[in-house]
Design a protein around this ligand. Sequence first.
Ligand SMILES: *Cc1c(COP(=O)(O)O)cnc(C)c1O
Length: 425
Amino acid sequence: MSITLHTCEQLDAQDPLRSLRDLFELPEGRLYLDGNSLGVLPRATPARVAQAVCEEWGQDLIQSWNTAGWFELPRRVGDKIARLIGARAGEVVAADSTSINLFKVLSCALDIAAADHPARRKVVSERSNFPTDLYIAEALCRTRGLELVLLDATALEAALQDDVAVLMLTHVNYRTGAMHDMAHLTAMAQARGILTVWDLAHSAGAVPVDLHGAHADFAVGCGYKYLNGGPGAPAFVWVHPHHTDRFWQPLAGWWGHAAPFAFTPHYQPAPGITRYQCGTQPILSLTALDAGLDSVLAAEALGGMPALRRKSLALTRLCMDLVQARLGGHGLGIATPQADDDRGSQVSLTRAQGGYAIVQALIARGVIGDFRAGDGATQPDILRFGFTPLYVGYADVWHAVEQLRQVMDSGEWQDPRFAKQHAVT
Ligand SMILES: *Cc1c(COP(=O)(O)O)cnc(C)c1O
């Protein structure tokens, strides 16, 4: 049976999460499928940030560190994130960026490995991991004389041998949307005494994550993607409680000190996750992230993460089915796994080339996805579409695929104006 716009509209009418859409500022005439890169603005955020600026900063000034709870804000926001990733209250802080937090946790993982298994010289990751993760790992391996081993996803398990110190992976792949089995890979690693570091940048708020259930060791993640924290929002960091107090994290700033206002000349790390803070945090950005998290946690009353996941899988399934049914003969493939257990909340289409211009032509029609370049040889271009179940509906998917069909059928993407490259893709 073929899917029609009418079917999609009926699915929207029956969608138990449909009311959540009203929590967001969705620009008129545009269809936003890039929440995997930058989540949309929650309607509550401007007033929350204005209050922090005008009242807390403007009127109460420095007293707000105490009266408005600024000092505890990284941990309060962390507690909200914990609910989405299978961590407990008090185990997560929102701070710094994903790259910086990865530097902290990978350093500590390597310290622990060096103490427990000094002969192990390898850090294993995936070749198609997000580059900043690989760069941070490369830099740490250089300074410590370790080897960074980059593999295809299918070769990871066999590489988990006695010479490996740390397995560092991103749970959901940014290019393809492929999702690792966190519990399985962590168990395989742990059976060999290997520590695991998980990047949840494309997972937190998008797919169910159970860090304790998986027995993970360390995790970091991003605040501006599915958590709707706004551009450059603080990231987060989680460390399993049995590791937190074993070593200093390397960016031993005063916010991670046991008594920051004692102003002593020597560092004394705070117990627990607090020591993973470095210096003064951006309170206005944390305030926006706090509001962003409330927009995600609003789903808790409507079935929470399981309900979000069900809808997300239905949206990505619908997109792939429509592409297959309606977009034949244009050289488009699907990089995202078909099996539900193997994909996150995005659909990535492939094309040998022309991906950039096709995405630009779609943006001109008001459908916002994004593009990741292939290498012109073995790796194809990727056209990425993120489906955030909080605010994307079934008819949206229909319209997006219909616009793509028109862009391809008409050949309008070949217009030279769509080939012009911008600084940020
Ligand atoms: C988005 C993303 C980042 C971003 O890192 P920043 O430090 O915020 O620039 C890092 N890693 C992964 C896997 C990502 O998807």
